[in-house]
Design a protein around this ligand. Structure first.
Ligand code: ADP
Ligand code: MG
Length: 912
């Protein structure tokens, strides 16, 4: 179901568009309608970027110092490890970039074209010169077009001309091909945006031959923006680096004052710099985000900006569209009420043309022949004419294109036996007001038996207003019809009304004739709720995420559906667009009087159902929600939704229904338009965040453990417990294999059951700090004890270092197991849940053991083989870490209620 126009009836009937055969021929001739792709950063550039980091500077300095101290081996090893590190980073970043490009391709741009006489949706890349293309509000024009027909077309051409005001277009005015773009009123250019109206145009240039193709180089350049999370973490590591430099300086002074050898002290500084700096962090985080991106794509959520992976996870409020997101967007007319309150029911579902009409008067259902009721026929004809959809039989199949409401009217007319193409032909359209959601109606001026008749269909209130004769006192029939309308809306029907009226010849201002019309009747449509939506809303309730519905539909219709879904309860009162307008006015006057303005704040908190909301008001609601402290995700599909999408913390556009503009304004695109996918996306977002925390915990706590080990050694005046080269080995090789594996951790299962994390919470919250402290002190303390104990027993210092290094490798092996969950005991986790991690542990052990036996390497690392006995003794020491961390987890679980502050939710209306 795509919001597209039908071919207008006053276009020459001969125009069938290209035949698909001809289109194929031209495609072979002209090639795809595409601009050369932006290739992104080259691998070489990415590689060079890897060295542009403060950690790397410190390590390079360390290599330099080693050289000066005549420790060539050390220097070479540092450089070697840096190269490996940079290569891994390059591969990861490059593949993340590729993945992002591939994901963008999953949401191709479509164009609505006329081919073989029918309107169809094709990928914009398949357009060829000569194609007849339809434009509608919200489209990004797919190729250069000469306009054949225009209805109030406004196009934003700022991309080409720099002019920010939308240009008005007209067909038929002749402008030379060499006049400036801004003056070519009869053309719409590729890349520009339709902000209003409808049009029909013929493709005159595609791909690189289009105007934008000529300047493509400037436009396709995509800017490379780092996700804020990454920036935050980089800033944080920078701070750590400074801190470490201070510690190093202190130790340096202390040891020098004690009269230690200068070379030894330098080595110590290098070693500390190496151990404490979390070199692997940026790479691991990029990987975690990229994995999240891929997992989300599998859940039909396409991430346009990497940051959204994380931000979707912290969302506390989802403001969702109704039509198409919570419902299936397949509207079927079920009930008709004529002005004299004769009622008809209609059977059949969706686009199925089979259905019967029953008269419901007198409690009796009578099957009705289509032509039995003239009033009914008038009503249906009106809905058929004020209509932009197309529904044609093509090779034995119905091909539908257009808005769901419009299609429902066409299906209804078929059920009554009308041939709508014949009707359109019989009553030619002279002018029209296309449906725009801020108007909530559409109209068409047709010639009917020599007279000019305007046909209107739209929201019942709007149409009734157009029929009203006495502006103050409604007539009795109006009151009755309003009752009927409300009764239908309360049952969840989307209620539309139709009206028509004669227009004087010569009266061309269509808006001016929309009064004193003749009321034709009410139409009740059902758009079923998506079956998955129930569970998804329940899921949100369990995760403490508020769900609200924002719709242009009638408050009672919205309420009925919201109640059905448990978004609202029986006592809920919907907030309407009028309420919003009044609250904002009230706040303005209060502000002028210098009083606190809280009308809007209270209003937005008072309900989860927002109805008859104009697109521009959506932004106001979102802004207020943000001011109220929510982390807001908003869905949208129309052009007018773009500001709300941009302002929300997470803008979510609909892949199928959404306009190009909405999709370009959003961070996320839901390819199946389904509310349930958003919830899946949130789960993945939370998972990414918790995996990032796991990686950070692992890296920071081992770094801190190494520092602890060194500080203790200095305090107790022992020699340096590990050489810089050994620390590098530990951090970059054995540990490096494992930290990235943590980014692949599967869900712990309760991702959606936790409350959203407070939007302002930092990664280093209390839990993280405690765990880092406990684990680092135990790891560092035990390693020091083993080192000191050996020296005490007269073991050679080289051997003691060898054992300490082995112990650290083993520590890190068990430590990754601790890192898999912040709160869950490792005995409650699926040990085989993350094959990467198991592989990482095995690999780390094997690599280390191999190093002990590899001649050249063991010399560089100054290690030697150990007996199985000392290996298992070390392992049992390492296992102590698990016991300690398990105890801390238990302890945390006990105290948890003190620290996890749930939002009290006083402002939250009870749901369900
Ligand atoms: P939603 O938030 O459900 O998408 P819309 O903004 O699309 O709501 O529609 C608002 C109102 O406009 C509807 O309640 C209906 O009365 C009217 N309307 C919707 N579609 C059409 C259409 N194609 N033609 C005329 N009126 C329409
Ligand atoms: Mg709509």
């Amino acid at each position: 179901m795509h919001d597209r126009t039908r071919p207008n009836s006053d276009r020459p009937a001969s125009s069938q568009g290209l035949s698909s055969q001809e289109a194929r021929r031209r495609y072979a001739l002209y090639g795809p309608n595409q601009l050369p792709e932006s290739t992104g950063e080259s691998p070489l550039l990415i590689f060079l970027h890897q060295f542009n980091s403060p950690f790397i500077y410190v390590l390079l300095a360390a290599a330099l110092v080693s050289l000066i101290l005549n420790q060539q081996l050390n220097a070479v090893f540092i450089l070697f490890v840096l190269l490996i590190n940079a290569s891994i980073g390059t591969v990861q970043e490059y593949s993340a970039q590729r993945a992002a490009v591939a994901l963008n391709k999953m949401v191709p741009q479509y164009a609505s074209v006329l081919r073989d006489g029918i309107t169809q949706k094709v990928e914009a890349a398949e357009l060829v010169p000569g194609d007849i293309v339809f434009l509608i509000t919200g489209d990004r024009v797919a190729a250069d077009l000469r306009l054949i027909e225009c209805h109030d077309l406004l196009v934003d051409e700022s991309l080409l001309t720099g002019e920010s005001l939308a240009a008005s277009k007209q067909s038929g005015v002749c402008s030379g091909d060499d006049s400036p773009l801004a003056e070519r009123k009869d053309c719409a250019f590729a890349g520009t945006i339709v902000t209003h109206g409808r049009a029909l145009g013929e493709v005159i240039a595609t791909g690189v031959r289009s105007e934008i193709g000529q300047i493509a180089a400037e436009v396709t350049e995509s800017d490379h923006i780092k996700p804020p999370l990454l920036k935050r973490i980089e800033r944080f590591t920078l701070r750590i680096s400074y801190g470490i430099l201070v510690v190093i300086a202190l130790l340096f002074v202390i040891t020098l004052l004690r009269g230690a050898d200068l070379q030894e002290v330098f080595l110590l500084g290098v070693a500390l710099a190496v151990s404490a700096i979390p070199e692997g962090l940026p790479a691991a985080i990029t990987v975690a985000l990229a994995i999240g991106m891929r997992r989300m794509a599998r859940a039909s959520v396409i991430v346009r900006r990497l940051i959204a992976v994380e931000s979707l996870g912290s969302c506390t409020y989802i403001a969702s569209d109704k039509t198409g997101t919570l419902t299936v967007n397949e509207m079927t007319v079920k009930l008709i009420i004529l002005p004299d309150e004769r009622r008809y029911s209609v059977s059949g579902e969706g686009l199925d043309m089979h259905g019967e009409l029953h008269c419901l008067s007198g409690g009796e259902r009578a099957l009705l022949p289509p032509d039995a009721d003239k009033d009914l026929a008038n009503l249906v004809r009106c809905g058929m004419l004020a209509n932009e959809a197309s529904l044609v039989l093509h090779q034995g199949e119905w091909v539908a294109s257009g808005d769901g409401v419009d299609l429902a009217f066409l299906v209804l007319s078929s059920k009554l036996g009308f041939d709508h193409q014949q009707v359109e032909h019989l009553y030619p359209e002279l002018q029209r007001i296309p449906y725009e959601s801020e108007n909530a109606f559409s109209a068409s001026l047709n010639r009917v038996e020599g007279k000019l008749i305007i046909h209107v269909k739209g929201s019942a209130e709007k149409v009734l207003m157009m029929c009203r004769r006495d502006p103050v006192r409604p007539e009795p029939w109006e009151v009755r019809i309003e009752h009927q309308m409300l009764a239908m809306a309360r049952k969840g029907f989307r209620v539309l009304a139709c009206a028509s009226g004669e227009v004087d010849v010569g009266n061309t201002d269509l808006l001016a004739v929309l009064k004193g019309l003749h009321f034709l009747g009410l139409i009740g449509m059902i758009d079923p709720l998506r079956p998955e939506a129930y569970a998804a809303v329940e899921q949100c309730r369990l995760s403490n995420i508020d769900v609200a519905m924002i719709t242009g539909d009638h408050p009672q219709t919205a309420l009925a559906l919201a109640q059905e879904l448990n978004i609202a309860d029986a006592g809920s009162v919907p907030v309407t667009g009028d309420d919003v307008r009044r609250a904002i006015e009230r706040d303005e006057t209060l502000q002028e009087q210098g009083k606190p303005s809280t009308a809007m704040q209270t209003l937005v908190n008072s309900s989860r159902v927002f109805a008859r909301i104009e697109p521009s008001q959506k932004l106001q609601i979102v802004q207020q929600l943000i001011r109220n402290g929510h982390f807001v995700a908003v869905t949208g599909d129309g052009v007018n939704d773009a500001p709300a999408l941009r302002h929300a913390h997470v803008g979510i556009a609909m892949g199928k229904r959404g306009t190009d503009v909405a999709r370009e304004s959003a961070e996320l695109i839901i390819t199946d338009d389904n509310f349930a996918s958003i919830v899946q996306g949130i789960k993945q977002g939370r998972l990414v965040y918790s995996n990032i925390r796991k990686v950070i915990f692992l890296l920071i706590s081992t770094g801190a453990a190494e520092i602890t080990l060194f500080i203790l050694s200095v305090v107790f005046m022992l020699p340096i417990p590990l050489f810089p080269i050994q620390l590098l080995w530990l951090n970059l090789v054995t540990n490096g294999i494992q930290d990235v594996a943590l980014a692949f951790e599967p869900e712990e299962g309760d991702e959606l059951r936790r409350p959203p994390r407070p939007p302002k919470e930092t990664i280093f919250n209390r839990l993280m700090l405690e765990r880092v402290f406990v684990n680092a002190v135990v790891m560092g303390g035990l390693a020091f004890t083993v080192f000191a104990w050996q020296l005490h027993n007269g073991v050679a210092v080289e051997t003691a270092r060898n054992m300490t290094l082995l112990l650290m490798v083993l520590f890190e092996n068990v430590h990754v197991l601790n890192s898999r969950s912040e709160t869950k005991s490792i005995f409650k986790q699926n040990f085989f849940g993350n094959p990467f991690l198991l592989f990482g542990m095995l690999a780390a052990q094997s690599v280390h053991i191999a190093a002990l036996y590899t001649p050249g390497l063991s010399d560089v690392l100054q290690v030697e083989p150990v007996t199985l006995e000392s290996w298992s003794t070390s392992l049992s020491v390492a296992l102590v870490l698990i016991v300690v961390d398990e105890l801390h987890k238990l302890y945390w679980e006990k105290r948890k209620p003190l620290f996890t502050q749930c939002r009290t939710g006083d402002d939250r209306p009870p749901t369900g």
